[in-house]
Design a protein around this ligand. Structure first.
Ligand code: GAL
Length: 921
């Protein structure tokens, strides 16, 4: 028998120090932040976007290969290809931008020297006296493409793959910064959480630097360029290429931007790193590494002191000091970086762990730098204490408890809000997922907004944090491969340093279905480099890459600590329909990988890619457990809608039922991440005429598809529930076979049609739904009574509704904070005279608002809907419309949202906009 190595890590972690983000401003503590300021720069921006990239200025980062041919609609698992070599036939700014990466390049010989000169300094947009008053006023986070218009048809510039929205192009953001004279002598930094993409920054006409990867969070040192005692002109140029992604990337400065001001001797960017060892309910050792930067011209001696406080459930720092790190002296040499290490033992720590069996307790370390007894910097680090164990036979243990990962993948867009990050929208997604029983998120396929990780830390989700969808090999002509050679080290190190204190992050993924899977040793070499970067920045968590092609005997699986499989566990294209085709076809792989890698934990990073449109049912219904979608087989290429019997999947995917069976048969697999949680903009496989995906468990508007209940039934076995599908309004099907399927957390159920029993059925082993495939349709009522261990467990009814006569309207909150950020999500349903939602209704609904609120967006979850998300009217899609409302900043009062539709009784909801500080944004 092989001796199995158990990968064990006891890490804890944290976050970005940040009072503004984490609510510590309202701390009761007397331990005050004194000298560091972190100012959010969301307001007061002006934007200009060129009408076409061809008309743009030539201040380009680099030339890009010309796109001669591009198949937007090719399968996601098509083999990636090699880079195209391009010669820069014109001056480019790349050499001036590369030095921004220097802090993240280990080998001093590889660091970049800034060339002489100051490109762009004579360009009008970077000048302080340039008149930008006619430019559009915008607030961050801002996505320049989300309001459309959608580009329709096969010849559109931006195709279905990238969401048919005008993401591509070149644009400038300008903002005036008022820097008081008292800031003279301080260090001043610009911190950008994310800008899409190829950002280049000028301050007061001087080129400062930039960062190409749109998902990275990065910092520029503005100090040499700042003029204290007046207005300073910031100008940021973005250049977002078409063909850069397989999904909607969004465009613009879509995350927050901050101005950080510190003493010249200060804690570095993401300059604390906290890990834990020997974690138990009785004690834990907390190790902390602090990096101090001395930007002074002379060397100084400082003391570094750190204290740990508990955070309460609202993220508020408690008064009591839980532990003190020993004071350390630091001889900070002029212009250099010093690293200090300290350890403290905490007794009876409150551990961080995922609900419902554990609680996500958090701590905050407050680290101060003192000079001559005076505090000159203070930095907050959110972290948690938990142990992780990765056991190849048992899976993942958090604080000693086995936690099967019931995860989903999510892209970064927030539906109708686009890529612009909004914490209350992200929290809504997590709450909907939690109600389903989901306990884990894979950040597909790029670093998320830091605010999302704050939420996963606070809510106790387990996270696979991921950085790349491509390495040197490309999936689309302008994806990350173009900058991989220059930026992969800096991007990887910066990513880990930013997120390594978050307790929710348990695994680092450094690639998704990369082309290097096909390249044997050469591909493995690329992986080894990335692996080393990750491990050098954080050795407490295992690494993974998502493999949809690499087999156990190939090179890539050797290159990460864990085995990450996409679709291979269930097998790929095993259906006879695929006989003879030249695509990936793979028999089920769990056992083969387990045998070949007995020391490695296997995790399914992508499962399912099941397809459905909420509320749409096509007939006949396949009798099989899982089927590809084709016309007459769950699909309909005319309407571009797919049947929600939830038995259909992309060609390389599998139905939910098939995935569950494969996982239950292989209990050594640590769990799964479903592709995917929420529908996203772009990648509308298999109908690229559409705008958004069909693979979500929840639609783009946040409405649950039937599949949601299949997951809930399996992932929350203790929640009494039974769900019936389809709806029961089939006037054209009287007398025809109309299958009825039930999803229940019980083990048995009886189905009744108009009071007549259609029989009682029991789930067999590896069965997850109950199906009555021969029901003859007649209008009336379907009733399901579910049983568990012989006792009545849950009941559900679905009735044939009357015609539409009214509207229902429900807001997910009755009060909100008047901060211009928090959002209310209002669901409007077309109803019959009993208040039942009328399934196929598509009535046109108009919205109006009174009081201190505004309608931000509307949506109905229909992947084919090409109306701007900004529209204040929309047709229902299968009975439902979503309205997203924001309270105006600083104005309190009652917001009244009204919905009207011809022939239907109108309706109104009220939401109170309040002054109190909230936590959701
Ligand atoms: C996978 C890929 C995902 C997504 C999915 C769609 O192969 O990793 O990013 O494209 O397919 O089904």
């Amino acid at each position: 028998m092989t001796t199995k190595k158990i990968f064990r890590t006891e890490a804890l972690i944290i976050g970005l120090g940040i009072c503004l983000l984490f609510g510590s401003c309202k701390t009761n503590s007397h331990f005050q932040v004194v000298t560091r300021e972190r100012i959010v720069l969301d307001d007061g921006w002006r934007l200009f976007k060129y009408s076409s990239a061809q008309l743009a200025d030539n201040l380009i980062y680099d030339v890009r290969p010309e796109v001669k041919e591009h198949d937007d609609a090719k399968d996601a698992d098509s083999r990636p290809t090699g880079a195209v070599v391009t010669e820069a036939g014109q001056p480019v700014l790349r050499p001036w931008i590369l030095p921004t990466a220097n802090d993240f390049i280990k080998d001093p010989m590889q660091k970049h020297q800034r060339p002489d000169g100051n490109p762009g300094s004579d360009f009008p947009f970077v000048q302080a006296n340039f008149d930008d008053s006619v430019w559009e006023k915008v607030k961050l986070p801002h996505d320049w493409a989300i309001n459309g218009p959608f580009q329709t048809g096969w010849d559109s510039e931006v195709g279905g793959g990238m969401g048919r929205l005008p993401v591509n192009g070149v644009a400038w953001y300008r903002k005036k910064l008022d820097i008081p004279a008292s800031d003279a002598g301080r260090s001043i930094f610009l911190d950008i959480d994310g800008a899409m993409s190829y950002a280049i920054v000028w301050l007061n006409g001087k080129l400062v630097g930039g960062w190409p990867y749109g998902y990275a969070s990065w910092r520029l040192d503005l100090t040499p360029y700042v003029q204290p005692g007046g207005v300073n002109q910031l100008a940021i140029r973005l250049d977002n290429p078409n063909y850069s992604a397989r999904w909607y990337p969004g465009g613009g400065i879509y995350r927050h931007v901050w101005l950080t001001k510190t003493h010249p001797v200060h804690i570095a960017q993401n300059g604390t790193y906290i890990t834990t060892r020997e974690v138990s309910a009785h004690s834990a050792n907390v190790d902390m590494e602090v990096t101090v930067d001395n930007h002074f011209t002379e060397s100084v001696n400082v003391d570094v002191v750190a204290r740990i406080f508990a955070l309460d459930n609202n993220g508020i720092r408690q008064n009591e000091v839980v532990a003190d790190f020993p004071k350390q002296e630091c001889k900070a040499k002029a212009g250099e970086r010093s690293v200090l290490k300290a350890t403290v033992k905490i007794t009876n720590p409150k551990l961080w762990g995922p609900p419902p069996t554990q609680h996500p307790n958090l701590y905050m370390a407050v680290t101060t730098v003192e000079m001559d007894g005076r505090v000159i910097d203070s930095y907050e680090t959110r972290f948690g204490i938990r142990s992780l164990e990765f056991n190849p036979d048992k899976g993942i243990l958090v604080n000693g408890e086995k936690i099967a990962l019931k995860g989903v993948n999510n892209h970064h867009d927030l539906g109708a809000l686009g890529a612009a990050f909004n914490k209350s929208a992200a929290r809504r997604q997590l709450e909907i997922l939690r109600e389903m029983g989901c306990n884990a998120i894979r950040m597909a396929h790029n670093p998320p907004d830091p605010g999302l990780l704050e939420l996963t830390d606070r809510m106790g989700f387990l996270v696979v944090d991921e950085i790349f969808d491509s390495w040197e090999q490309k999936k689309t002509p302008h994806d990350f491969h173009l900058i991989f050679p220059d930026w992969s080290e800096a991007d990887t190190r910066a990513f880990i340093r930013r997120d390594r204190n978050c307790p929710s992050v348990i695994i680092w993924s450094f690639g998704n279905e990369v082309g290097e899977q096909y390249l044997d040793k050469a591909g493995a070499e690329v992986a080894r480099r990335l692996y080393d970067f990750v491990k050098e920045e954080d050795s407490t968590r295992p690494t993974i890459t998502a493999m949809n092609y690499a087999k156990p005997d190939m090179e890539l699986p050797k290159m990460a600590d864990m085995i990450g499989l996409n679709y291979q566990g269930e097998g790929i294209r095993q259906d006879p329909i695929f006989d003879g085709i030249e695509r990936i076809r793979t028999p089920p792989q769990y056992d083969a990988f387990h045998t070949r890698f007995p020391d490695k934990v296997i995790l399914s990073l992508e499962t399912a890619s099941a397809l459905s449109s909420r509320g749409i049912y096509h007939f006949p219904v396949t009798s099989s457990l899982s089927s590809p979608a084709r016309d007459g087989m769950g699909g309909d290429s005319k309407s571009c809608q797919i049947s929600a019997y939830e038995l259909y999947a992309v060609d390389f995917g599998s139905s939910v039922d098939k995935v569950f069976a494969a996982l239950d048969r292989h209990p050594f697999v640590a769990g799964e991440f479903v592709w995917n949680g929420f529908d996203y903009i772009g990648e509308p496989t298999p109908y690229y005429e559409a705008r958004s995906s069909y693979t979500g468990i929840v639609d783009l508007a946040g409405f649950k598809k039937d599949r949601y209940y299949l997951y809930q039934a399996h992932w929350r076995p203790d929640l009494p529930m039974v769900h019936i599908l389809p709806h029961w309004n089939w006037p054209g099907r009287v007398g025809e076979i109309t299958p009825v399927h039930l999803f229940t957390s019980g083990d048995e159920a009886e189905l009744f049609l108009n009071g007549q029993s259609l029989g009682r059925k029991k789930k067999g082993e590896y069965e997850y739904r109950l199906r009555w495939d021969n029901v003859i349709y007649e209008p009336g009522e379907l009733k399901a009574i579910a049983y568990k261990e012989g006792k009545v467990w849950a009941e559900e009814r679905v009735k044939t509704t009357g015609s539409a006569v009214a509207l229902n309207m429900v807001s997910d909150r009755t009060e909100m904070v008047a901060d211009g950020k928090e959002l209310a999500f209002v669901t409007v349903a077309v109803a019959d005279n009993e208040g039942l939602t009328v399934p196929l209704s598509n009535n046109r609904i108009k919205f109006s608002i009174e009081g201190p609120g505004e309608i931000v967006a509307t949506d109905n979850g229909d992947a084919t809907n090409m109306e701007s998300f900004a529209s204040h009217s929309r047709s229902a899609f299968n009975g439902l419309v979503l309205v997203i409302v924001r309270a105006k900043a600083g104005v309190t009062g009652v917001i009244k949202l009204k919905a009207e539709s011809d022939g239907l009784k109108d309706i109104q909801v009220e939401i109170v906009a309040k002054r109190e500080f909230g936590f959701g944004h």
